[in-house]
Write a protein that binds this ligand. Sequence first.
Ligand code: MN
Ligand code: MN
Length: 310
Amino acid sequence: MAPPPAHPLPFAGIATFTRAPHHPPDGDWAADVGVLGIPFDAAVGFRPGQRFAPRAVREASLRYALPPEGFHDLRTGRQRLAGLRLVDAGDVDLPSLEPELARARTTQAARDVRARCRLPLFLGGDHSVTAATLAAFDDVPGLHVVQLDAHLDYTDVRNGTRWSNSSPFRRAADAMPNLARVTVLGLRGLRADAEAVAAARARGHVLVPMWELETAEQVAAAVERLPRGAPVYLSLDVDALDPSIMPGTSSPEADGMTAALARRLIEAAAARNTLVGADLVELAPALDPSGNSALLAARLAMDVLAAAFP
Ligand code: MN
Ligand code: MN
């Protein structure tokens, strides 16, 4: 059998994340990066569709399929990500009407992937899945979360629900004494919950609203508020980005980040710390039939990998 071409066409062949080999989460493999899809959107408070995101990101990622020699970085003249070993562990097998079991299976699959690679990359799913993936890091002392998001997601209860996509970091903070703090960048949602804001501040979380990320000086000051020297789980809610470039999301909020700002914050978080896990959540690809939101999400996932493996 002929070996696969080094530069396959992005619209041909089977779609795994960047054409990485596919192994189950608990299979016999080891890699630098393990990708796990969580096609779950039952916890959405507004428009659903995030269940389609892992497949959409895989498809879009074929545009960024890694050639063995890596990518040439125009800024530095260096090759990046050459020889990076990626595995696509597929999707969590979710029981659609059993959310508690869905969380348990997600945490187990996240633990399995984490045990086999240096950086697990989780593709949501709505943001509720982060409560389940973060739980796989309950043994990491001094764990920090850096969250890019228009919303705080620290609501205790909404409409009698404790596990919606408005609550993942409240649930994690309740359950994980090893979670040092969450640093949230890009906040601007109109429907902020006063109790949640007070509770997050009381626990020592760092809240950076979008209007404190407008000038270069403000961005530099925000970078200084990021953790330093810590194990960091990066949670990237794509609604942190401006809806003009990321319309394919459940709860878009105007006046969001440029891709350049998101990348700058991701790079700073990675450069100052050790990334131990990352997720990309809240992409609802059907809300952007152009496909550009999925393409940008795939690009941001590659930016996370480039930041983690400089
Ligand atoms: Mn969120
Ligand atoms: Mn959000």
